[in-house]
Design a protein around this ligand. Structure first.
Ligand SMILES: CC(C)(COP(=O)(O)OP(=O)(O)OC[C@H]1O[C@@H](n2cnc3c(N)ncnc32)[C@H](O)[C@@H]1OP(=O)(O)O)[C@@H](O)C(=O)NCCC(=O)NCCS
Length: 144
């Protein structure tokens, strides 16, 4: 059974050790730590048999929440963990009384785009050549 709960500093200490090898090469431990300590952020982890298999976070702004990160451990992808994490971020957004949840995704990130589409996120904008001056960023939102 996979449990989704709030991320603690102890969880951070565990994931930071192999953040890039085990989770995602684009993330960096010091950025994650400052996100976690930001009082406007909410971070969650997915735990399977005491092992952290995914984590995700949102930043709360005036009228929405923005997904800053959602990642499943490389060896555990395509097992429904991304869906569990996204479901929880949407639940938190609802509880905060916000009207929408937003994100930015690289146009080449098919897995993430499919995940968001399966939750009825819609494209609302595009930032041209946003990633490495090469790939566009797709801006997506879901009304709550
Ligand atoms: C995006 C990511 C979080 C998905 O996590 P996951 O645990 O593998 O996702 P799930 O198993 O819950 O899959 C949910 C849905 O996403 C889509 N999906 C996931 N992986 C996919 C892939 N490789 N290709 C196409 N669609 C995919 C499917 O629609 C899937 O639903 P289905 O299984 O019913 O078809 C994961 O690929 C990841 O960690 N990527 C690296 C980090 C990243 O890019 N995060 C997004 C930043 S914007």
């Amino acid at each position: 059974m996979i449990e989704v709960r709030e991320m603690t500093l102890e969880d951070f200490e565990k994931v930071k050790l192999n953040l890039q090898d085990e989770f995602d090469e684009f993330w960096n431990a010091s950025i994650l730590k400052s996100e976690l300590e930001n009082e406007n952020s909410h971070y969650i982890v997915a735990v399977n048999n005491n092992e952290i298999v995914g984590f995700a976070g949102i930043l709360v702004t005036l009228d929405d929440t923005e997904i800053t990160n959602i990642v499943t451990k490389k060896t555990m992808r395509k097992k429904g963990i991304g869906k569990l994490l996204l479901d929880k971020l949407i639940e938190i957004t609802k509880k905060l009384g916000k009207e929408k949840i937003s994100l930015e995704v690289n146009e080449k990130n098919i897995a993430a785009i499919q995940l968001y589409k399966s939750f009825q996120f819609e494209q609302v904008g595009l930032r041209k050549k946003y990633y490495n001056r090469e790939n566009d960023a797709i801006i997506m939102t879901k009304k709550i």
